[in-house]
Design a binder for this molecule. Structure first.
Ligand code: ADP
Ligand code: MG
Length: 701
């Protein structure tokens, strides 16, 4: 009877076409199911009744039972109001309405018993309830029994159209009643029993109308369990399906290119972590299965080199490879780095970005198709329709969290036989998020830095101590070092932010005047040639201080820059601070990251700064970030988009449960890898239902 829940929301009594349209637009609620799975954001205890005598204005929400003694109008114009005297036998209070007066006078009857719920206030020395919720005592008896009243997020638009939290609760009240007996369990009975879960219908009732806190907790557990379980089962099933296909290109040999590079061009010894990761990758490439691997490694840990050597393996086996970066600057940088590493090796490598000239573009397209081009580096331009490879064998995505799952999927479609895929990310991802975002990928970690690196010293400096900063920078510049100064930029269009940047630039020029010092500015509004030129000057050491927006977050590799000053550091998120800090500490000198903040910091900002000064471990920072801000806000997940929306589970809080259900999913799949057994058919249906809303999920694997 699943079609019951699929019914259009406009058919629910009390909704109708107009409200349905609002629910569609404002809350994405289209069907009965959508409403049923629109969960409350908080609950308020409605078991307790207060007497008017005991109430004082400092109480939060109170609930009282009594009758209206009389009504009167007061005030004029804007302060015109209706006042009802409400008595419960222990005292009297005033109930005040400024709006909807007509409706109140017509429908509220003096002498009849009502339950009021609202926040007491004091006005002209008298206790007031302004616009409380009002319920007919008798009607209340008739409702789904609840001790905790649910509250739902709504919007101004909805409230204007009488769709308050309270109204949504009413709709749910009728929906729950209608749904009785019509909701089928979405988890197999054996699973529900084995893990002592609350049955689905009960859980849905309790989540909206909890009988008590305990039942609510059980309902939440059941719904979170199911949500996370299906995500994990889905991911892991996809992985199984993929490995069953055994249709990966086989890179069986380590050949000329790889060996020549390794023995003759590699300017240093690989770190142990790089060796280990390369071994993992080689094993995948030779296995006959398509590789889907996530390579995590902090900024500066040497991922680019691993990428290059993997691509050489592809070329050795007669395949093309591409490396895709999130920004043009980064693509450029990768291209140059790779060219430098390759030196005079006969590898054909090209760069393709949005600003590639048509003639060059044409040549690239040609050489891609005729197979003479070995490596293509670029931005999103690589996934354009017109870009056709002759035999793409390996795709490397330097994701830095900015590359969407959907975009990744498009690369898969470039070949009938899917290329091997390596996703590199510099922002370490908390484990829970990795399991969810990349749960179908195998994971490699570079957890070691190239030798000779001194950890960056991180210092917190308040605005009032700014003079000390200038003194310190002068000393560093005397030593021949260079400095980054970064200003926050919330969005490219925000004038305010540019003003900060410009003012900052001017004050630095005043403190560091030419000709002795050279200060330059770089930001996203500049033409890319201008940006490029400025970067070049800086890279050649002709600029002492580079004032920038976060455009330098990725892609700048200037080992001689030893100081990163972050202005208004309180406005940055943790992982962004970490990324920025990664721009220094690339040389052999001691480097510094100076976090300049306003003098008075809010608690959470102070916490972030403290974490930054305490640790430089990217994983630890990522975990803290998740804990402080929740996954919805986690940098990058917003841009790259979690491929699904979590309705109830919370990756920051439910890490244990996530691991638990992943293990359960693994256990089921171990016994029945493709869920073919009859007792697993419901699970398969559950996954299908989940995938219906995520068209591109299948493409990922
Ligand atoms: P990531 O891409 O992980 O941020 P990079 O690949 O840019 O790191 O490497 C950072 C720097 O370290 C580069 O200048 C690179 O040439 C250098 N590097 C990489 N691997 C090693 C190594 N094994 N020994 C010494 N230096 C290395
Ligand atoms: Mg890099």
């Amino acid at each position: 009877m699943q079609d019951f829940l699929d019914q259009d929301i406009k058919f629910l009594p009390g909704v109708g076409p107009k409200r349905a349209e609002l629910l569609n637009r404002e809350l994405n609620i289209y069907t009965f199911r959508d409403l049923l799975y629109y969960f409350p954001y908080k609950y308020v205890d409605r078991t307790r009744f207060y007497t008017i005598r005991e109430i004082s204005p400092d109480f939060p929400m109170v609930q009282i039972r009594g009758t209206f003694v009389n009504f009167s109008m007061a005030g004029k114009g804007n302060s015109r109001r209706l006042i009802g005297l409400f008595s419960d036998g222990t005292g009297v209070l005033e109930v005040v309405w400024f709006r909807g007066l007509k409706w109140i006078t017509q429908s509220i009857k003096p002498g009849k018993e009502y339950v009021l719920f609202g926040k007491p206030t004091l006005f002209a020395g008298k206790l007031n309830l302004v616009h409380p919720e009002i319920e007919d005592s008798a009607v209340r008896e008739n409702q789904v029994n609840t001790a905790l009243q649910a509250f739902y997020s709504t919007t101004e638009k909805l409230k204007e159209n009488f769709l308050s939290s309270r109204a949504i609760l009413k709709l749910l009240n009728s929906l729950i009643r209608l749904a009785s007996g019509k909701i089928t369990e979405t988890l197999p009975l054996w699973l529900v029993e084995k893990y002592r879960l609350m049955p689905l219908y009960d859980a849905l009732v309790q989540i909206h109308f909890p009988e008590n806190a305990d039942q609510l907790a059980r309902a939440r557990y059941r719904l979170k369990f199911e949500e996370l379980f299906y995500i994990q089962l889905n991911i892991l099933l996809q992985k199984n399906l993929r490995s069953k296909r055994k249709n990966g290109f086989v890179f069986s040999s380590v050949g000329e290119f790889f060996n020549t590079f390794y023995h003759r061009h590699l300017p240093f010894e690989l770190t142990g972590a790089q060796k280990r990761v390369l071994k993992e990758i080689r094993k995948d490439l030779g296995s006959g299965f398509q590789m889907n691997r996530l390579l995590q490694g902090d900024v500066g840990s040497g991922k680019t080199l691993v990428a290059l050597m993997s691509m050489l393996l592809a070329i050795d086996n007669g395949y093309q490879a591409c490396l895709m970066a999130p920004t043009e600057i980064l693509a450029n940088q990768h291209y140059k780095t790779l060219c430098r590493f390759l030196g005079d090796m006969p590898v054909n490598i090209e760069l393709l970005t949005g600003s590639t000239k048509p003639a060059v573009r044409k040549r690239i397209h040609q050489n891609l198709r005729n197979g003479t081009l070995h490596i293509l580096v670029g931005t999103h331009a690589l996934i354009e329709e017109s870009v056709q490879f002759s035999n793409l064998g390996l795709v490397i995505i330097d994701e830095q969290h900015r590359f969407g799952v959907a975009q990744r999927a498009r690369l898969w479609e470039k070949n009938i036989q899917p290329p091997h895929v390596l996703v590199m990310t510099a922002t370490p991802i908390p484990r829970t998020l990795a399991m969810t975002l990349y749960g179908d990928l195998d994971i490699s970690v570079i957890d070691e830095f190239p030798p000779g690196r001194l950890p960056v010293k991180t210092i917190h400096l308040r605005d009032s101590a700014r003079l000390r900063l200038f003194g310190f920078l002068k000393k560093e510049i005397e030593k021949g070092r260079q400095v980054f100064v970064v200003y926050p930029l919330i969005s490219e269009s925000e004038k305010m932010d540019y003003k900060d940047l410009e003012d900052g630039y001017e004050s630095f020029v005043r403190a560091f005047p030419p000709p002795r010092y050279s200060v330059a500015c770089i930001h996203g509004r500049m033409k890319s040639e201008e940006k490029e030129e400025t970067m070049q000057y800086f890279a050649r050491g002709q600029i002492h201080i580079l004032i920038a927006t976060t455009v330098i977050e990725v892609g700048m590799d200037v080992p001689n820059a030893s100081v990163m000053v972050i202005e208004s550091a309180e406005r940055f998120g943790l992982s962004q601070l970490h990324q920025l800090r990664g721009r220094v500490g690339r040389g052999s000198e001691q480097s510094y990251c100076i976090l300049v903040t306003r003098d008075d910091l809010a608690e959470d900002a102070l916490k972030r700064i403290e974490i930054m000064t305490r640790t430089s471990n990217g994983f630890e920072i990522a975990e803290e970030d998740l804990r402080l801000r929740g996954p919805g806000d986690l940098e990058g997940t917003r841009q790259s988009g979690i491929p699904f929306e979590l309705k109830i589970a919370d990756l920051a809080q439910d890490g244990k449960l996530l691991q638990y259900v992943r293990d359960i999913a693994l256990e089921i799949l171990k016994e029945d890898p493709l869920l073919d057994q009859p007792r697993h058919q419901l699970l398969k249906a559950g996954i299908r239902a989940q995938n219906k809303n995520r068209a591109y999920w299948g493409g990922i694997s």
